[in-house]
Design a binder for this molecule. Structure first.
Ligand SMILES: Cc1ncc(COP(=O)(O)O)c(C=O)c1O
Length: 388
């Protein structure tokens, strides 16, 4: 009998597929997947339509990306972070940040290398590292403030370490790494000659006094960092699946070499729409942040009303809630109970940990607030029953 490859046998179904199915079955308010239930800027939608209708963009885009989109990425990095990025050889446009992460691992890590992953992690990192034949090494963020321990981080680095994957603002905890935390990572990367794959898809979703700092802006780091972004997050269009990787041309060569045999090219009209979106003024980002600040306040009020404790998210559209005061059981049991009995779908985060460290997340679930205000308020009404 033909069989699937051993490489993918352990992967199973992603937790998002499972929760989405349960949410539909129980007609639950879905605060699970990080997928807005509203669209991004209408001007970008119009630019997509124009690109479709103009002709000339319904065929393959150049492999590394449509020139206007690559220029948009380079201009954005220069404008927001003062980084000089070569739009021709320092940027690759990809089908989502997911492929940018995968192509970065494939293009920059060899079989037998070690790759440090901070947990809880975005779920595609570990399969990517395993498919490259490399070994993941885990460093944990610890509740309630979701910081890492310096000694634990130092202990993860050694001569076999080839890369570290970091994510700030961080999904699922909502942490935004400080300059001090990033400086420590940078110091170790320089000491051990390690490449950074920096997933910054939530770069524009930071709240209050928190500031997003790309690690590539730290001294000596641009040349060892590939930075990843997503139009799904920056422009609120997850369905377009447009992402990008940028950095020093020597590293991007590796990313592009892998990308050309994974996807070859990326959706052409969608890239032109993203190029258009990159030209939106500063008020776009200010408004985007303000909309999510309102939703963040709403979800925090909902959790207060339900007796769920949390550390206020500094960034992203996620918050980790500790349900141990209102429920006796682990995160999987709580998620099943919440979707079936309370009518609210959430994500159990233990799937974002290595099996040996799942206990670190088992009192928490992840709530997404990328939802209509009415949905968050309805979830609040339902969740209040937890306290009764
Ligand atoms: C941290 C992180 N990285 C990458 C992605 C994937 O982005 P894309 O939809 O552009 O592939 C997500 C999506 O939720 C994410 O949260």
């Amino acid at each position: 009998m033909p069989q699937i490859a051993k490489r993918v046998m352990p992967f199973g179904t992603t937790i998002f597929t499972e929760i989405n199915q349960l949410a539909a079955q129980y007609n639950a308010v879905n605060l699970g997947q990080g997928k807005p239930d509203f669209d991004g800027p209408p001007e970008a939608v119009q630019a997509f339509i124009d690109a479709l209708q103009q002709g000339g963009h319904n065929q393959y885009a150049p492999g590394p990306g449509a020139p206007a989109a690559r220029q948009g990425v380079a201009n954005h990095a220069e404008k927001h972070y003062g980084l000089t990025v070569d739009p021709d050889q320092g940027v690759v446009m990809t089908p989502g940040a997911t492929e940018a992460v995968f192509a970065s691992i494939m293009g920059l890590v060899d079989a037998g290398d070690e790759v440090i992953i901070i947990q809880p992690f975005f779920d595609s990192y570990v399969p990517g590292v395993l498919m490259a034949g490399a070994t993941p090494v885990f460093v944990s963020l610890h509740a309630p403030d979701w910081t890492f321990d310096e000694a634990e981080l130092r202990a993860a680095f050694n001569e076999r370490t080839r890369a570290i994957i970091i994510n700030t603002p961080h999904n699922p905890t909502g942490r935004v790494f400080t300059r001090e935390e990033l400086a420590l990572i940078a110091e170790l990367c320089q000491q051990y000659d390690v490449t950074v794959i920096s997933d910054e898809v939530y770069e524009h979703l930071v709240f209050g006094d928190n500031v997003h700092i790309p690690i590539a802006t730290l001294p000596g780091m641009f040349e060892r960092t590939v930075t990843i972004g997503s139009a799904g997050k920056t422009f609120g269009m997850t369905g377009w699946k447009i992402g990008w990787a940028y950095g020093d041309t020597a590293l991007i060569k590796g990313v592009w070499s892998a990308h050309q045999y994974i996807a070859f090219a990326t959706n052409h009209p969608a890239q032109l729409a993203v190029a258009h979106a990159f030209k939106l003024g500063d008020d776009y980002y200010a408004n985007y942040r303000a909309v999510y600040e309102g939703k963040r306040q709403r979800i925090m009020a909902a959790l207060d009303g339900a007796g769920i404790s949390y550390t206020a998210p500094q960034g992203t559209y996620f918050v980790m809630g500790d349900f141990s005061a209102v429920f006796d059981g682990d995160d999987i049991a709580f998620s099943r109970y919440a979707v079936a009995e309370i009518g609210v779908a959430v994500i159990p985060p233990t799937t974002f940990y290595h099996a040996a460290h799942r206990h670190l997340g088992q009192n928490h679930v992840r709530f997404s607030f990328a939802k209509h205000d009415e949905q968050i308020d309805e979830a609040a009404r339902r969740l209040a029953r937890l306290k009764q």
